[in-house]
Design a protein around this ligand. Sequence first.
Ligand SMILES: C[S@@+](CC[C@H](N)C(=O)[O-])C[C@H]1O[C@@H](n2cnc3c(N)ncnc32)[C@H](O)[C@@H]1O
Length: 179
Amino acid sequence: MTHQLTKKELRETKSKRVDFQSIPRNNIYIILDSLKCAHNIGCILRLADCLLVKKVFICGDTILPPNRKIKAGSRGAEKWVPWQYEKDATKITKELKSQGIEIVAVEVTDNSLDYRKYKPQEAVCLIFGREYDGVSQELIDLADVSIHLPLLGMSNSLNVSTAASVILYDVYAKQNAKS
Ligand SMILES: C[S@@+](CC[C@H](N)C(=O)[O-])C[C@H]1O[C@@H](n2cnc3c(N)ncnc32)[C@H](O)[C@@H]1O
C-alpha cells in the first residue's frame, strides 16, 4: 500500500524534489489515446500526480507539454508525474500487457462492465479515449476488460477528465482496500 503522507510531511516533501521522486508510486498506468484537448490532458496529468500514478503515456495525434493550456489544467503537475509520448498506442499497450499489466479500456461498449463491479488486478493500465470518438476499436479489442460509468440522463458520455477522476479514485481505493 502507498504511504499516505500527512499534510506536514507533504509540505516538507514538496520542498525536497529528490525525496519526492523516491516515494513508491501506485501500480496504475494511464494511456491517453489521441486526446485533442490540452486542458483535459493537463487535468489528467494533475490527477495522475495526485494519485501517484506510475506513468502516463500520451499517445498518437495529440498535444504535449510544454503547452500553455496543458499547464493551465495541470498546474505544472507534468514536472512531477512520469510521462512519455508514444506515437503508437497499440505498441505500448501490447508492451504493458506482455509485462502482466491488466489492460482496461475505459469506454462505453456493448460488453463493458459497470465500474462498480470491476475488481482491479495488482497492476492496471487504464486507457482513456479521444474527446469525439473515444478509445479506438483496436485498443478495446486488446483490452482485458472494458468498464463504463453509468449514464442515466440524455448525455452519451462524460468529459474524459471527469471520467478519469472517478475511475482512478475507484481503482486506487480498490487496490488499497484492506481485505
Ligand atoms: C467524450 S468521451 C468519447 C465520446 C464517446 N465515445 C461517444 O462517442 O459518445 C471521451 C472519453 O471519456 C471517457 N468516458 C466518457 N464517458 C464515459 C463513461 N460513461 N464511461 C466510461 N468512460 C467514459 C472514455 O475514455 C472516452 O473515450
